[in-house]
Design a protein around this ligand. Sequence first.
Ligand SMILES: *Cc1c(COP(=O)(O)O)cnc(C)c1O
Length: 487
Amino acid sequence: MTSSSPSGQGADYAATASEAYRAALRVIESVEPRVAEATRKELADQRGSLKLIASENYASPAVLLTMGTWFSDKYAEGTVGHRFYAACQNVDTVEALAAEHARELFGAPYAYAQPHSGIDANLVAYWAILATRIETPGLAELGAKHVNDLSEADWEKLRAKLGNQRLLGMSLDTGGHLTHGFRPNISGKMFHQRQYGTDPATGFIDYDAVAAAAREFKPLVLVAGYSAYPRRVNFAKMREIADEVGATLMVDMAHFAGLVAGKVFTGDEDPVPHAHITTTTTHKSLRGPRGGLVLATEEYAPAVDKGCPMVLGGPLSHVMAAKAVALAEARRPEFREYAQSVADNAQALADGFIKRDGSLVTGGTDNHLVLLDVTSFGLTGRQAESALLDSGIVTNRNAIPADPNGAWYTSGIRFGSPALTTRGFGADDFDRVAELVVEVLSNTQPAAGPNGPSKAKYTLADGTAERVRAAAAELLDANPLYPGLTL
Ligand SMILES: *Cc1c(COP(=O)(O)O)cnc(C)c1O
């Protein structure tokens, strides 16, 4: 059992969690046995595959069990101590704990634990930035006592102010997220958007180019953060750029929050002291329940607090309780070891690809993710993803900068180290993973479609999937998921 394992509390913990799950599954089985069966199978499938999806992890039994309670049955719109519903005293306790752990862990003046997901956290942040920064005429100025008294013309004035703002974010194909101003996303429609990318020669963020775009475009919001950029970001520089043009710096650390929590990213690489608003998911490298968080300076806190019910539905109190448990786990010293191993293991994976002639976007990594360009294997991302899955290796295809195959087929495979590091994989294991990936891709050929070469079809050389699955099973058996947990 390794220190990075979420079940690292010893045999008693595993035995108790086993009892809890066995009993829970019997209860579920008595109503809908097929759900109990799918739940058992999900654990078996997760235990039996190499999970390299960079946005996924394995939360601890304590975090998972916390979600299955009667907190799910409460409505609690509002904030701690100020609810629109009665009898929220226990929700107040867990929400306050989640926020306190988040503030302490990240050194943030203010934390909001209600967002249901990362996207919801971003919507709350956008709402808060608009509400804080854009002065709209007050009711008195418009000659009204109540919002219901405003005329259509008054609403038009308000909308014209709010709906005319600019946002500069990282483009999707260079690693940004849909919610950072991608045109088809609501963020690209509610804001006038412009996107910054990476240097085509190196794949790194070019801060001078970001600054030039900011000077020209004068955004209200500068968004930093990523889902598929394999490098660290200098948030002090991003803040300088934002300050120069009067923009609010919003950092979306959904992917790398675990590396911030674990103090792998410090100084200029820690977004929290530099950003006005920081958003995150809680289920990726942070290893908590599915959900989101918003961290903010005092200036933005009052508007963030109105997230529910202005932007969000009623809080998921059972998930906020689980956030409190996960954040308590992340405050332990073992989590720092875990986060350092996540970074070391991504490095080992990247080195493993490089020494086997793999081509990596930016030539390597210094965070938790690696982006392999699979065109050198003559494959699309779609073909590579499918061939790897056949061989028990779970990854996702991902666009690379200026992707010749577009966002659907893509030319890249994104790998992340957080999940397997939770199982206890070390650097040697990740080197072996790189070897297995290269073995699969070298034995995969694009197949012909009805009109020439297919971007989706492929053939895998006989025996490859079986051979790689057997080799993967050895690694998985040596690093069990939830050791000691039996259903
Ligand atoms: C994953 C991710 C999100 C979205 O999180 P959800 O919980 O799926 O809504 C937002 N921003 C970034 C940068 C992400 O990587």
